[in-house]
Design a protein around this ligand. Sequence first.
Ligand code: AMP
Ligand code: FE
Ligand code: FE
Ligand code: ZN
Length: 291
Amino acid sequence: MTAFRGADLHCHSTFSDGLESPAQLVQRGVDAGLSVLALSDHDAVHGLPEFEAAAKGTGLVTVTASELSTRCDGDDVHVLGLFLDPDEVELRAKLARFRGDRDTRGSAMVEKLLALGMPLDIEEIRVVVGDGAFGRPHIARAMVARGYVKTLDEAFERFLSRGKPGYVPKPKWTLDEAIAAIRQAGGLSVVAHPIWYRDPEKVVSLGVAAGLDGLEVIHADQDGQKENQFSGLAEREGLLKSAGSDYHGPPEGRKRVGACLLDEENWNRMVAAATTRRAEAGRPPLDLRPR
Ligand code: AMP
Ligand code: FE
Ligand code: FE
Ligand code: ZN
């Protein structure tokens, strides 16, 4: 047995708003010396076969995942579905519909930006998005490329965040629906980056009432103090603890594969819960052997 070297359970690729392919992500995981890596694209599971294929021969343990957007308590609450069966048909169909909605919403945002004097080429952006999930980062990057803003953060702060003039909402799950859909697909539901919400404790308690499994205690945007706070919250609520970098590429500060790692004890707890969940949901058993 080789020693456990940590699990990064939250990463994006070009199948949503990440900048690197699943194969590039796998290479990042190998370079960081990880034991476990998850691909958790927004509203997408169709990048997982490529991720799986790229991991062959690396010795990494791979985790199938997706990040779902929900509305909860007036916030856009992200829920990770970890260990879900990517072949579950209802989930696949719903995610495909959401990706269609994202495309419609993307072109509506481009229209709004045009009216604000910032023309963008929607077809050029669609080429970049490909068959992935169209997100605000795609628009923000196009705005930077045209020189309308200097950074992605500026694009969000001035135009793309909720309440700003370029923002268009997208259809979302309710928190309860997302948790139920993940459960049906044999996965574990985890509230992502609690620091993003106005009242994380309320979000978690609503989640627990709906069958939530875990909380992302360690995340690139959460410092040591927040980590302790969310760790305590997870313990009080009987939730699994999760960890992830939320990598979108290229590496930057703590948004780097391997910068936010789950330890062996918490990983083992997750594996036990996921194994049970798969069986209860009637989905195929997990294969967590190193690839
Ligand atoms: P969407 O799913 O299209 O609503 O876009 C949300 C995504 O935008 C998140 O998953 C992040 O990847 C990214 N994002 C949100 N806020 C910011 C920000 N302030 N700066 C850069 N990226 C952001
Ligand atoms: Fe994202
Ligand atoms: Fe997120
Ligand atoms: Zn994410």
